[in-house]
Design a protein around this ligand. Structure first.
Ligand code: HEM
Ligand code: HEM
Length: 171
């Protein structure tokens, strides 16, 4: 069964966010103007996504993937026991990671911006916070991508493809 799950805004948001994040980790000079602008792109994307989380299409809404402890444990049990239960939208564990990524990206942009203000310019703990968030974001992204690959294989659903085409093929 081929079902439409991700609208164009979610997909565009995802891949532009990937590009902007990677650009600031690998391409731009830390603190330089290009770095700041990429950071603002990230901030803008998160703001847009938060609004879309309330008014967007069905599976884009936060209400559609608010993870409950029971649902999270259910998915962990599924993974441990090899039970195959498909999720049309985000899975409970996936949802936890998504909220983590949204918060972390917002905090990255916020701490980065703070370094450009009169109040926080040159303040060491703000710089250290920014660097700590970078490390946390990198760890999160690696776990996110590994989880996407593991769940794609376990469930037999090509999740990265769905983030490109917008459709999941559920068998
Ligand atoms: C949101 C995505 C962002 C990412 C992934 C990111 C990533 C990074 C990385 C990897 C560094 C180098 C840290 C190190 O030296 O270990 C850095 C430094 C820095 N970033 Fe960002 N950044 C982001 C947003 C921003 C924004 C929005 C601003 C400012 C408007 C900013 C300003 C700075 C400054 C001033 C430094 C230099 C800090 C220092 O040398 O102590 N960043 N950032
Ligand atoms: C910088 C790296 C990345 C960041 C910051 C990131 C962030 C996110 C966020 C915020 C979402 C939630 C989407 C939404 O509902 O708006 C998401 C979902 C998703 N991401 Fe990423 N992502 C990254 C890299 C990747 C990569 C490289 C892949 C492909 C292998 C990928 C595949 C997916 C998939 C398949 C989903 C949907 C999962 C599901 O079916 O529930 N992501 N990602």
């Amino acid at each position: 069964m081929r079902v439409k799950v991700w609208d164009p805004l979610v997909r565009l948001f995802h891949w532009v966010l990937v590009g902007a994040f990677l650009a600031n980790v690998f391409l731009t000079q830390p603190g330089k103007l290009a770095h700041q602008w990429m950071g603002y792109v990230v901030a803008g994307l998160i703001a847009l996504r938060v609004v879309w989380g309330f008014i967007g299409t069905r599976h884009a809404r936060f209400a559609d993937f608010l993870p409950s402890p029971g649902a999270v444990m259910g998915q962990v049990q599924d993974m441990a026991t090899g039970r195959r239960r498909l999720h049309e939208g985000h899975s409970p564990l996936g949802a936890l990671m998504i909220f983590n990524l949204l918060f972390t990206m917002a905090a990255l942009a916020g701490s980065g911006y703070a370094m450009t203000t009169v109040t926080f310019f040159g303040v060491e703990w703000v710089e250290e916070l920014h660097e700590l968030l970078v490390v946390w974001a990198e760890i999160s992204v690696v776990v996110h991508v590994v989880a996407v690959v593991v769940e794609s294989r376990r469930l037999g659903v090509n999740l990265p493809k769905s983030m490109v085409t917008g459709y999941k093929t559920l068998r």
